[in-house]
Structures are given as C-alpha cells and as structure tokens.
Design a protein around this ligand. Structure first.
Ligand code: PDD
Length: 305
C-alpha cells in the first residue's frame, strides 16, 4: 500500500495469472499498451444487492463486445466467456464490500523485446482485471439534470473499437471538466457522434434519435438496451444522423454509459435544453432501465438458486 494513500481503496486485482494488491501490480515498460496504446478494455457495471452481493449487469453483452474489440485489433481472446466470468466472479469475491462497483478489464498485445510498431511475433497478451468502487449519479443530480458542452470530434475513425488509446476522449473529458460540465458532446462534420465516454440521445417531436452505429461511435452496451427500453415504453426510436441544429433544438438530450446509466442533459453550451428540466422520455427510459436491472438480477438469482 502506498503510504501516502493509506485511505485509498486498494483492490485485489488480476494481472497475468496472479492476484494481488493493485498498489503492487506492475507491468514492464515495453508492454505494448504502455508504449503504443495497443489494447482494448471493458467496463462492466456491478450493482450491490440487498444481501450484499454485487451482480454484473449485461455481462454477456460486455464479453461479446470485448471479443469483437479484440478481433478488430487481431489479438486472440485469451479466455472464453466462461474463463472471463470466472475471473470477474473472483474479482467480486476478493473485493467484497458495500456499494456499487465496476469491473475494468484490459487486454494489451503484450510485452515486446524492443520497441517497433508492427505486431511482434509470439508474444502473450497482458490481461488485467480490477474492481473499482463507483457511485452512480444521485437522485438529486438526476432531478436537476447535467451540464454538457459541445466540441468538434477529432478522433480517428475506428471509434467502434473499445481501444485503450483514449487521448481524444481524455481531451474531451478535460474540456468538460474545464467548463464545469459532466460531458462533452462531440460533432463531426455537423453531425452528432457521442460523448467523451458516453452515447448521446436526443428527443425530437416525441421520437428518440441516436447516431448510427458504425466507425464514428462506440456502440455502448446501453445502445441496444435503450432501443429495447424505448420499445417497452412505447417510445418511437430512430437510428440516424442527427444534425447540430437538431441537437440544439432538441426537446430532450441524454447520455448513457455503464457508470451513468441514462442521464438527462438539461444545459447544453450554456443554454437550456427544452424546458430546462429532465423530460418525460428520459423519465420513462430511466424507469425502464431500473426494471431491466431488476429483471436481470432476478434471473441471475433464480439461475444461481
Ligand atoms: N465508457 N462511447 C464511449 C466513447 C465510451 O467510452 C462509452 C463507455 C460509451 C458507452 O458504452 P457503455 O454503454 O457500454 O458503457 C460510449 C466507459 C464507461 C468508460 O470508458 O469508462
């Protein structure tokens, strides 16, 4: 434990076959993740249950996306789904405690003998699994809604890969922080893409609109979920290009991510969104989200029992 951070949560983490304290986990500097950002990651939300257990939400979908991200950068998946599930459950058991959490998974191409851009032959991927504590947005912040700012999306055109090369996203998150905003909503060529670490949704004339899946955005695990929730709530949904003018004129704007669930944006670039309060489509989706969690946790409990 770092003596300067004695009060900081020091979870037991998995690194390349070993379990130990985060503060003691080390990787060699020639790891391709460190040198090139050559790797992918996942963030799986965990919810504390009444009995104290923490359960993952939509784990199958997260593992499927991890497999897709690895395939897109040509790293062989080091585990099958059962292997990943076993690691995640061990991370949960090894870090038992109160409150919601998330599991962070990172896989890099591994450690090379020397620095060189092209893939080195015969190296083994680096695998890291960590549980972190998380606080989902409070009821008070949900009731008020959040502030967002916009900026030009200057990232590469493989945003569909959940890459650890996050410099563009980091700069956008910092832009939000410097504007006292929760998120930066990005636009590319006058069209909505996504947040620095979230998908973005607008409501226009009662229809929920989301930017098209494809290389310009990461398809959040909540993308498909929100489609399902909209159908359940009887809200028309269209996956299509959303213009900057539509974003600015929207009745509602909201973001979704593992750590925000679905969160209303009530101020955009200093102007009120719609009536400046969280809207009815947000409220219906948020309620449906909570029901989806309850259903999935009931199913997990019945499978376990
Ligand atoms: N980010 N788009 C980007 C660029 C993201 O980084 C994320 C999630 C999403 C939403 O994906 P999901 O619904 O699967 O969380 C969209 C995670 C939470 C992160 O980087 O911490």
């Amino acid at each position: 434990m770092n003596p300067n951070h004695a009060d900081v949560f020091d979870p037991t983490v998995y690194l390349n076959g070993e379990w130990g304290p985060l503060s003691e986990a080390r990787i060699p500097v020639l790891d391709r993740g460190f040198i090139f950002g050559d790797g992918v990651y996942e963030v799986v939300p965990l919810y504390a249950q009444a009995g104290g257990a923490r359960l993952p939400f939509r784990l199958a979908q997260h593992l499927a996306r991890l497999n897709r991200s690895l395939g897109k950068i040509r790293i062989d998946n080091p585990f099958d789904d059962a292997g990943w599930r076993a690691l995640i459950h061990r991370a949960i058991e090894a870090n038992a405690g109160p409150g919601d959490a998330l599991v962070y998974i990172q896989v890099t191409r591994g450690v090379a003998a020397k620095r060189g851009h092209a893939f080195p032959a015969g190296i083994t991927p680096t695998v890291f699994v960590m549980l972190s504590q998380v606080a989902y947005p409070s009821d008070a912040s949900r009731a008020q809604g959040a502030v967002a700012v916009t900026a030009e999306d200057k990232r590469w055109l493989h945003c569909d890969i959940k890459s650890i090369s996050l410099l563009g996203n980091v700069l956008m998150a910092q832009h939000a922080a410097e504007h006292d905003a929760l998120e930066t909503i990005q636009l590319r060529d006058g069209l909505l893409t996504e947040g620095s670490s979230s998908n973005v949704w607008i409501v226009a004339g009662g229809t929920l609109l989301g930017a098209p899946r494809g290389p310009r955005i990461l398809e959040g695990i909540r993308y498909g979920l929100i489609e399902e929730l909209a159908a359940e709530a009887g809200i028309p949904f269209e996956e299509r290009d959303v213009t900057e003018a539509e974003l600015r004129a929207a009745d509602e704007v909201m973001i979704s991510s593992a750590t925000k669930e679905v969160m209303p944006i009530t101020t955009l670039d200093g102007k009120r969104v719609g009536g400046g309060r969280p809207g009815p489509v947000y409220a219906a989706l948020y309620d449906a989200y909570q029901r989806a969690k309850a259903r999935e946790f009931a199913n997990q409990a019945s499978r376990a029992g």
